[in-house]
Design a protein. Sequence first.
Length: 366
Amino acid sequence: MTDSYEGKVVLITGGTGSFGHTVTKKLLDRDVAEIRVFSRDEAKQDLMRYELGDKRVRFYVGDVRDYDSVFRATRDVNYVFHAAALKQVPSCEFFPMEAVRTNVIGSDNVVRASDMNGVQSVVCLSTDKAVYPVNAMGETKALMEKIAHSHGLNNPNTDTTVSCVRYGNVMYSRGSVIPLFINQMKQGKNITVTNPDMTRFMMSLESSVDLVEFAFQHARQGDLFIRKAASCTIHDLAQALLNLFRSTSSIEIIGTRHAEKVSEALATREELARAEDLGEYFRIVADNRDLNYSIYFDEGDRCQTMFEDYDSHTVERMSVAEVEALLLTLPEIRHELALASLTDPITGEVPVIDAGWHTNAPVTTT
């Protein structure tokens, strides 16, 4: 983190999640005055309190769906990381109104409360599933982005900057596929893959935090930041894990699930037509047209035909070896490998993972 956080008060909504844990630990390395962890799960807050043991971290029990609890949490806050969301595609498909209440209404509550309390900057975390959305999770995240963008349009004199970041799959985050694959190997089961040719962008938690940090440093009203990333097929991801853990499990194809996309896009061609290329990042500047409908219907943009979507099927594709190297940068993967590497003290060989490997070990869920 940069010195811009020195003496500041930072609020993290959904702060007990994977992103919240990572950014909190990173902030504690700075001279931040206070970190407020806001979530509705008091049990996870209690675990986090004992894990961190730092008086600068304060815990607020509340729900982004409830404006009053968000308003209380944003008092005297400088920066807000808005990470609270319903993220599981199947859950949002079965209960779309729950996704609306959290991802849409909850985000509106965060933006409005932050503005009322004079927060300097709010960064809302979005997903590639918000681009050309085909499921309720992606659709509600797309609406969250619209809420963030509309703040500046409707409040031209506000002192609260609201921006968004958008990224793909965060590796080893809670509920993601990598812990699932590892647990299947531990139990001697086959790795279940929906569609081996499905591609996804891959990003570490550290990279997602860096993206949010970049947004805090550089955001103008309504900006959307995207970190460039390589992609891989789900088959190659599974194969890389099998190779790293020397597992005898096989890859079992179970078919594409409802509301899954074969590929994901991080930016549309329309967005790229007005984007600034910042090297590692794209800045998608706000579309600040007003309600002059002639600009929408009578005047066009010739540039939009010159771009393609920034899609996981068309960007640089990692090989299996490259996926292995990326996985090895994750502390969680190295920890799992250390548990599995019961090396022979004489030969130094790593035993092959088979059905009996760590069957009594606790299941990793985060």
